[in-house]
Design a protein around this ligand. Structure first.
Ligand code: ZN
Length: 394
């Protein structure tokens, strides 16, 4: 158990949250939730009594009480990104996310040289052991040049099992996900290798055909990296990766729901096609999240943020978002037509499951006491991480 995790000097509280609308993986309970020793201890309906008294009771006045949000695709914030490979930069980058409902973040790394990636992964593995980040997501380096987006195209390469094993060893059990392009030579073998090692494989930054994408899914890939972005468009005669990913019930589909990366109509069509239980809202946030407009760097490339939209200075490709996950939840209700519970699960339960974080993403006895308390308009009113208030209600 970590006592040094980001932003937490406070003690773990023994608290009963009453008068709550509790969002679990399966349903919405009207009642109370008891947290103790950093874990969910118990929950019950208003008519029931808790088995044990709590040290403190907090009436949440009918607000939503949901699992802390889990962002499985995030590069940074507050002027920093995870590629800086310094704990101070990592905790600074996390701050705007932690303040807005997110209690778990996978640190996403963009494509870099073998040497740089190893250095970054080693540093982030220590940050994961310390409890700052929930693990590492390698976005690259085995991606398609033609769909490189904000990745340095000169560093993209074919899957290399030996390199992957070095990165995995450096991650010390914290490598949770790797995004790759299935059409690259050796990709299917790498999918199998990663899956066997317990690493979730995501398909993205790809030129793959429908059949090549299906082959990757049959080999064990289970996530679509920011659907629609950095892949060929859906065509009725050539459905491509979008058709394969949307059409397969085994796949969890990331969406960057910031109204910049995906038009709301496309987001609604995708959600209708797969159902909300396969949707994972992600930020893909870069350093400008929580800061605003300015000039930044992402994986060695210059990025300009103007009116909240991040684009490469050279070529103008969209280069990550500037949102936090709580904002993606609000936009999912507003623009995708999701009900609040479904939108909250799409930013907690579903992404946590996709990357094997089995100790969070739901509010059930024994799970981490990661809780976000939200007002009717889904703005964050309070937040606990491992049973410590990171934002006190009121
Ligand atoms: Zn990307």
């Amino acid at each position: 158990m970590s006592t040094t995790a980001t932003g937490f000097g406070a003690e773990q509280v023994d608290v009963l949250l009453t008068n709550a609308r509790i969002v679990t993986a399966a349903t919405v309970h009207h009642g109370w939730l008891r947290l103790r020793q950093g874990r969910v201890a118990e929950l019950g309906s208003a008519a029931q009594q808790p088995a044990h008294p709590a040290a403190a009771t907090v009436d949440v006045a009918g607000r939503w009480v949901a699992p802390g949000l889990v962002d499985i695709h995030c590069h940074g914030g507050a002027g920093h990104d995870f590629g800086e490979a310094r704990t101070q930069a990592t905790t600074a980058a996390l701050a705007p996310h932690l303040g807005s409902g997110t209690t778990s973040t996978l640190a996403s790394l963009v494509t870099a040289s073998a040497e740089d990636l190893l250095h970054q992964v080693r540093s982030l593995a220590a940050d994961a052991t310390a409890g700052h980040v929930a693990g590492i997501h390698l976005e690259g380096p085995y991606l398609a040049e033609a769909r490189c987006g904000a990745h340095d195209p000169t560093q993209l390469r074919d899957p290399d099992p030996a390199e992957f094993e070095r990165l995995r060893a450096a991650a010390d059990g914290h490598l949770r996900m790797i995004t790759l392009a299935p059409e690259r030579p050796g990709a299917l073998e790498l999918v199998r290798r990663a899956v066997d090692a317990g690493v979730t494989v995501a398909v993205g930054h790809t030129e793959a055909t429908y059949a090549q994408t299906q082959a990757a899914l049959d080999a064990g890939a289970r996530v679509a990296t920011h659907l629609f972005n950095a892949m060929p468009a859906l065509h009725h005669r050539t459905p491509g990766p979008i058709g394969a990913l949307l059409g397969d019930d085994r796949v969890t589909v990331e969406l960057i729901n910031d109204q910049v990366h995906v038009h709301p109509a496309s987001g609604r069509i995708a959600t209708a096609a797969m159902g909300p239980e396969r949707l994972a809202l992600v930020t893909d946030a870069m350093a400008a999240a929580g800061v605003g407009d300015g000039d930044y760097e992402l994986g060695g490339l210059r990025v300009e943020v103007r009116e909240g939209t991040a684009r490469l200075a050279d070529g103008g490709a969209v280069a990550g978002s500037t949102i936090v996950l709580g904002e993606a939840v609000r936009q999912a209700v507003q623009h995708l037509g999701l009900d609040p519970a479904a939108a909250l699960r799409a930013a907690s339960t579903i992404p946590a499951r996709a990357v094997g974080l089995t100790d969070r993403g739901d509010l059930a006895p024994g799970l981490r006491a990661d809780v976000v308390i939200l007002n009717e308009d889904l703005t964050v009113a309070g937040q606990l991480r491992e049973g410590r208030w990171t934002r006190h209600l009121g």
